[in-house]
Design a protein around this ligand. Structure first.
Ligand code: C2O
Length: 443
């Protein structure tokens, strides 16, 4: 790309609007009227509701891919011309930064029940701004389904590619580990809180993520690394909206499985308000209850499939393993607890990625380790101090297989195994002092 190409893209866009405003077809080629961007891209077919599609499954020469690239290029160019343009790529990235590394708890949109809704609003506004920028009313933001496409899709790589990001700690051939990609586990949870995030004022007094956020969502952020590895910079990475689009799809999948009406009914949630800068550079006030129908927002998804975990459970890498006793009754009212909870866990490093196993000792010295899940703690800032908060509360749901073993257990230990990633070593003796408990439900 060179600046002239892009400038001409923008200029042509303006001429086209002028032509349309005058009621004149923008460009007529060979008898057919085509919408066209500066690069000769044919128009997307105008359809009904725009469909968000899987970028990893579209051929690179699909008109939709070109439209996506064009939209990102135009937004990036806006930021080059005017770094303060709120509809430019950087301006949009900074809005995410404001809502995640903020010193005010009111502005924190991770670690709780604002996670799905705020990010839905954020990428919906990005989609609207992209549509507007390339004059394609039928454009829809594509998603990257890391649960099925475990490499960063090819279209995100390459020099002079507006979709590339040089800060990634992975290359085009690197693959996400299977256990980072569990979407079906969270989808099996009935409670919105357990799936999507707990109320900020829950009885524990802590911010608590839902399973989708603390596992799949955070694991992918951290694995990509670089800009994507920190909330403050994630919005600069094109994979951010592609990943969040997939998270949004997971929420829609959960709603489809559970039936409508399983989202929180609390008015405090439904009436929460966010403000986003829209395509006219105006602040638009959006309430959570207005974000619950994607058709009304102007998009649908092409499908609700997610990958299965492909390999057997991971094994314990003893070099990074830490064992802790587990508190809490093994049966409550004849049932085994569903949740393994870590209270105010003190994370040894940031970001921290960890595999969790339960080691259950039953009679006859039989000791079996069962894999529970993989989570990531991304750096979080909280409270007026501005420093990194290393104390987190989290919950992992237990599979039926694990729960059955608990009843006959003599002792239960939790094994926390740090996961080293490209560019990030696990320091020796990374201890994770925490209180591990078995509980039936958090709230
Ligand atoms: Cu606001 Cu995936 O982060």
């Amino acid at each position: 790309m060179n600046a002239n190409d892009t400038m001409s893209a923008v200029d042509l866009g303006r001429r086209k609007i002028v032509a349309l405003a005058a009621g004149v077809p923008a460009l007529a080629l060979g008898g057919a009227v085509l919408w066209e961007s500066a690069r000769g891209r044919p128009a997307l077919a105008a359809g009904t509701t725009p469909i968000r599609r899987n970028i990893g499954r579209l051929p690179a020469d699909d008109g939709y891919v070109e439209a996506y690239r064009d939209a990102v290029r135009v937004l990036r160019q806006r930021s080059v011309r005017d770094p303060l343009d709120p509809t430019g790529w950087d301006g949009l990235a900074l809005q995410h930064a404001l809502y995640c590394s903020s010193v005010s708890a009111n502005l924190q949109v991770h670690w709780g029940w604002d996670f799905l809704t705020w990010h839905r609003g954020n990428i919906w506004m990005l989609e609207r701004i992209m549509r507007d920028a390339i004059r394609e009313p039928s454009f829809a933001l594509p998603y990257w389904d890391a649960s099925r496409d475990r490499r960063i899709p090819a279209i995100y790589w390459g020099k002079e590619n507006p979709l590339a990001d040089v800060t990634r700690l992975q290359g085009p051939e690197d693959e996400l580990p299977d256990d980072f990609l569990d979407v079906n586990g969270p989808l099996s949870l009935e409670s919105f809180f357990a799936f999507g995030g707990y109320p900020y004022d829950n009885p524990s007094g802590d911010l608590i993520e839902g399973a989708l956020e603390q596992g799949f969502h955070n694991n992918v952020h951290n694995w990509v690394g670089g800009n994507m590895g920190m909330f403050a910079t994630a919005g600069f990475e094109t994979l951010f909206s592609a990943h969040h689009n997939n998270i949004d799809r997971a929420w829609e999948a959960w709603r489809a499985v559970r039936g409508q009406g399983k989202d929180p009914a609390e008015d405090v949630w439904l009436s929460r308000r966010y403000q986003f800068v829209n395509e006219r550079k105006k602040l638009e006030d959006v309430q959570v209850k207005d974000l619950l129908d994607t058709r009304r927002l102007g998009y649908v998804f092409d499908n609700f499939e997610f990958g299965e975990r492909l390999k057997p459970d991971p094994v314990i890498d003893e070099r990074y393993a830490v064992r802790l006793p587990v508190d809490g009754p093994r049966t409550q009212g004849g049932r085994q607890p569903r949740i393994l909870q870590f209270s105010r866990a003190s994370v040894p490093i940031h970001p921290y990625c960890c595999r969790v196993f339960l080691e259950v000792e039953s009679g006859g010295n039989e000791r079996a380790a069962q894999y529970v899940g993989t989570f990531t703690v991304l750096p979080v800032q909280r409270g007026g101090a501005g420093g990194l908060d290393k104390s987190v509360t989290m919950q992992l749901s237990l599979s039926d297989a694990v729960r059955e073993r608990l009843e006959v257990a003599l002792s239960v230990k939790v094994v926390l195994v740090g996961v080293p990633l490209n560019g990030r070593a696990i320091p020796d003796a990374a201890v994770f002092p925490t209180d591990a408990r078995l509980v039936e439900a958090l709230i």
